[in-house]
Design a binder for this molecule. Sequence first.
Ligand code: KG4
Ligand code: ZN
Length: 377
Amino acid sequence: MTPDRTDRNVFDGELLYPMGPILAIESSCDETACAILSAEGEVLAEKVISQEAHAAFGGVVPEIAARAHLALLPDLARKTVEASGLALHDLGAVAASTGPGLIGGLIVGANFGKGLAMALGKPFIAVNHIEAHALSARLPGVSKKNISFPFLLLLVSGGHCQCLAVEGVGDYRRLGGTIDDAAGEAFDKVAKMLGLGWPGGPQLEALAKEGNPAAFAFPRPLKGRAGCDFSFSGLKTALARQIEPYGSTALPRSVAADLSASFQQAVADVIEDRVRHAFAMMEPPPTTLVAAGGVAANGVLRTSLTRIAAEHGVPFVAPPLRLCTDNAVMVGWAALEVCREARRLGLPMPDDRAVRPRPRWPLSDMWERFAMESESL
Ligand code: KG4
Ligand code: ZN
């Protein structure tokens, strides 16, 4: 059987799987998170712990993250089940992020999820963390109208910076991505240079409100270039050069504010240009522009993205911040979307107990799960 890659917005089957709510786990970076969603996608409970032990190191320490996931996850899962008002045996499936991400944390989350699924005799769904970000905007209630395929996703976080054509569940085309730092990483490194805390993005944005975005003429890397790749390391170096003359003396607050505002404006301008190119690379054109990841919280960037979407006559949707940053609700929702797509294609309920956690897991591999199942029918 060849899977039907057309009409993917049409689903008229019954929601037969999973047979009950789903418990989802996220542990790919420094957030330990659990959520329970009904089979229809209603969020019944959600809990997230942002690990604080990393702040002292100015970045996520993988070994500390893995140990913290191990210490936090069992109790967090128990409390999430309690908060949902359900009992463990009410669950219809368990899902976890199994990549890409920091392998230690992924192993903890995946093994916990698989163990629980096995003990309950329920299926386990392995979720690609980026796929979960990509589909999060389709969670019921996030936008006024259900977002249909294809849509354009800008994913901008501490670890990722890419544009994706989301053509269907499991069907993603990477239009371009960063060739050096992720956008959030650039914000964090620059914030560190300016003596701000970690993570730096929100603090840099706050300081930028006091500054002049035109005070420093920072470069706009790759602006106008074909495609939609990104680059931020030159911008970071340009800012470092402006700080050099101050040596070990503290940067005056007004200068730090001007540097923050000018840097933020340069990042927003570059992303705006790259997203414009991404629009031109999509055929058929996207129904919606979606932004996800922590940097999507940035107000100046949101203004730019709202403008581009309006120019193209489509809505701009950014899920609320709790769904933009790492969370388990998006993992549960992606698992439900995968189940639903399997059902739409006439495939059995997925069960991924054999899937191993992977630090890298390209989105281009995601269609395989449906294609392989179809061949065996
Ligand atoms: O998605 P996220 O919570 O975690 C991952 O990286 O997966 O994103 C965190 C990143 C950090 O780099 C943080 O500095 C950045 O998002 N960030 C922001 C803002 N809020 C968070 N960057 C710019 N402006 C913000 N308001
Ligand atoms: Zn993420």
